[in-house]
Design a binder for this molecule. Structure first.
Ligand code: ADP
Ligand code: MG
Length: 237
């Protein structure tokens, strides 16, 4: 994988930084009613680092991940993922780059209605051209790790919110992405399950040297992170 070093003088973060947001702002809404969802955000995450971002509802948590993952264009600033500035890519290039380097856990799972839990994972592997024996085995292992083995052949309409959430997490972990972006992973889970899931995220981050950002307003899971940052009105501290 090609990870160009940062241009000398532009940054003090190390060349291994796999996710780096610099001066990122996001304005949403109409000109009359503009919302500043992100306000000059700087963030650098190293391989193997688990960063948690907390903050009240509406503070910009989902916006931060959407912009970091190239799902939403920033109004201002640069977003480097695996050495490439997303803001310089055309949409189809950004999509390809995202599929190759980023695992994304959506706040509301975003599963395909027609596919079973297991098929959600296998489709991701198929799209990436990695539907081999090893990946199938890892899919089963991850479904097991999130407690979904018994329900792996059910479609989303037969799953609870928490079960859908856990499938979304297993899917994002499947290809051991370099960057993992996780939006409120425990919002639909009970305490025991929440602990299991956040421990799994921490373990996978460590084992696969993933740069992980988890946004959450669940303070009971923050201890799993290496670093905890706070968003307030779009400002990250
Ligand atoms: P969080 O995930 O922390 O709850 P969000 O990132 O979803 O926060 O939202 C940040 C701010 O941006 C909030 O004030 C929200 O109302 C606003 N916002 C989100 N999406 C839109 C949109 N499409 N249009 C206008 N404002 C939006
Ligand atoms: Mg949110």
């Amino acid at each position: 994988m090609n990870h160009p070093a940062p241009t000398p003088g532009t940054s003090t973060v190390s060349a291994t930084t796999v996710l780096r947001l610099t001066g990122v702002s996001l304005h949403l809404g109409s000109d009359q009613q503009q919302v500043t969802a992100l306000d000059h955000v700087d963030l650098a995450v190293e391989p193997g680092e688990f960063v948690a971002v907390t903050g009240p509802s509406g503070s910009g948590k989902s916006s931060l991940l959407a912009v970091a993952g190239g799902l939403q264009s920033a109004t201002q600033g640069t977003i480097h993922v695996a050495g490439v500035d997303l803001t310089t890519l055309k949409e189809h290039q950004r999509t390809a780059h995202r599929r190759r380097h980023i695992g994304y856990v959506f706040q509301h799972a975003n599963l395909f209605a027609a596919l079973t839990a297991r098929e959600q994972l296998l489709l991701t592997a198929h799209i990436a051209g990695r539907l081999d024996h090893e990946t199938r085995r890892r899919a089963n292992d991850l479904l097991d790790a999130v407690g979904m083995t018994a329900r792996a052949d059910h479609r989303p309409d037969r799953l609870s919110g928490g079960e859908r959430q856990r499938v979304g997490i297993a899917r994002a972990l499947l290809l051991a992405p370099e960057v993992l972006l996780v939006d409120e992973p425990t919002s639909a889970l009970d305490r025991t399950r929440a602990r299991d899931i956040v421990d799994l995220l921490a373990e996978q981050t460590r084992v696969h040297r993933t740069a992980t950002v988890m946004v959450t307003h669940d303070h009971e899971i923050l201890d799993a992170a290496d670093r905890v940052l706070t968003l307030r009105d779009g400002r990250l501290n």
